[in-house]
Ligand binder design. Structure first.
Ligand code: HEM
Length: 402
């Protein structure tokens, strides 16, 4: 059925506001009645395509005439002030995107990342020791969910962890939809300056870390200093915010599904833990504002024509609840095979850090609930502040006790 754009086109606030805090908004899922493609209205009045099915999302994310370049006219930007295009290769097209991504992808291969498992285990165990020795209730976000990925990405990049307060606060503002364009620009500028300073230091005194490798490419003329600093900002933000949200929201989801938590806690099988990570990625899908793109040529798909210059939103939370791919999609089932999820995106921009995110989540989900078997929320769910205003979903705080 062809979709006509009229007053009935629903708003897509780009944030989660469903009755169940783990589910995509029902009114957007209902758009499937139009077929795989519908239209939504954004904050600026534009009406991009909204792709509700897993198969069509993958087809479009892998399509050569679909651009991730945020500066192209028609790109469905999240909110005022997010169309600047300075967040490095995540918002670029090939060949520039591939040129920059290739420079850092060696650090994120499954083999390289696997070598970090003992270090990640040590970090997780030490933080749990500190939790157990400290007062309770405690905010799990501040005491555990944020420190784990922040310590890991700092170690990998060669960023001093002592600066975590600074970079965590600014990262939060960069991806907060309710931040004003000015606030976002100031936060981004601070992170850029910080990373630029670090790149300068690594040029002078290289160490055995990823930022030093990036800095060496500035020295050899393969990369400008600006590109290097922008890449550093991308890796630092993407490397801690996302995983931190999965740790806290995943823990809350498991505490709300005690049967599933028991299956995970009581299994000795590392494959079950790895499977549970995939299922929680599918079920929670924290990048809830969707993959955003713009067509660079007319594209015929699912009986519709996406015209060149039209925006396209691929809400991966809705694809991950596609009943054609995942039976009983609204059930959290840690034993299911959820590996076809698109929580890490698809196509050339598929998450560079996914082996690292998987490793961290496997260690966390496989350790935390065994070492603290009586872990419980210390506040009713209605009092937990959800990140409805973030481009990345999660909770701002999670008070827990045991
Ligand atoms: C559970 C945690 C994570 C989730 C759910 C996640 C999700 C995603 C998604 C959906 C994309 C695709 C963006 C698009 O298509 O527009 C992406 C890209 C990316 N992610 Fe992650 N991510 C996670 C952790 C990480 C970590 C730990 C890093 C480490 C630095 C990282 C670095 C990146 C980078 C650099 C890109 C851009 C890739 C490109 O454009 O080629 N991510 N991520």
């Amino acid at each position: 059925m062809k979709v006509t754009v009229d007053e009935a086109v629903p708003e897509f606030p780009g944030v989660r506001a469903a009755a169940c805090p783990f589910d995509p908004p029902p009114e957007l899922r209902e758009l499937r009645r139009h077929g795989p493609l519908a239209k939504v209205r954004l904050w600026d009045g534009s009406t991009p395509w909204f792709v509700t099915t897993h198969a069509e999302q993958k087809a479009l994310l892998g399509h050569p005439q679909v651009s991730a370049d945020v500066t192209r006219p028609g790109y469905p930007i999240h909110t005022a002030g997010t169309g600047g295009g300075s967040l490095s290769f995540i918002l670029m097209d090939d060949p520039e995107h591939a040129r920059l991504r290739r420079m850092v992808q060696g650090a994120f291969t499954v083999r390289r990342v696997e070598g970090m498992r003992p270090a990640v285990r040590r970090i997780v165990d030490r933080l749990i020791d500190e939790l157990l020795a400290g007062p309770k209730p405690v905010d799990l976000v501040e005491a555990f969910a944020l420190p784990v990925p922040s310590l890991v990405i700092c170690e990998l990049l060669g960023v001093p962890y002592a600066d975590h307060g600074f970079f965590q606060d600014n990262s939060k503002t960069v991806i907060k939809r309710s931040a004003t364009p000015e606030e976002r620009a100031v936060a981004f500028g601070s992170l850029f300056e910080y990373l630029d300073g670090l790149v300068g230091k690594k040029i002078e005194h290289p160490a055995d870390d990823l930022l030093s490798k990036v800095a060496a490419r500035v020295g050899s003329g393969e990369l400008t200093r600006r590109e290097a600093a922008q890449m550093g900002v991308l890796l630092l933000i993407a490397g801690h915010e996302t995983t931190a949200n999965m740790i806290a929201l995943g823990t809350l989801a498991l505490l709300r599904h005690p049967g599933q938590l028991a299956v995970l806690r009581e299994s000795e099988d590392p494959k079950l833990v790895a499977g549970a990570v995939e299922e929680l990625l599918r079920y929670l899908n924290i990048t809830h504002s969707g993959r955003r793109r713009v067509a660079t040529a007319d594209i015929e798909i699912a009986g519709q024509v996406i015209r060149a210059g039209e925006g396209i939103i691929m809400p991966n939370d809705i694809a991950n609840r596609d009943p054609e791919v995942f039976p009983d999609p609204d059930e959290l089932d840690v034993s299911r095979d959820a590996r076809r999820h698109v929580a890490f995106g698809f196509g050339v921009h598929q998450c560079l850090g996914q082996p690292l995110a998987r490793l961290e989540l496997q260690v966390v989900y496989g350790t935390l609930y065994r070492r603290i078997p009586t872990l419980a929320p210390a506040a009713p769910i209605e009092e937990i502040p959800f990140k409805h205003d973030g481009q990345v979903y999660g909770v701002y705080e999670l008070p827990v006790t045991w």
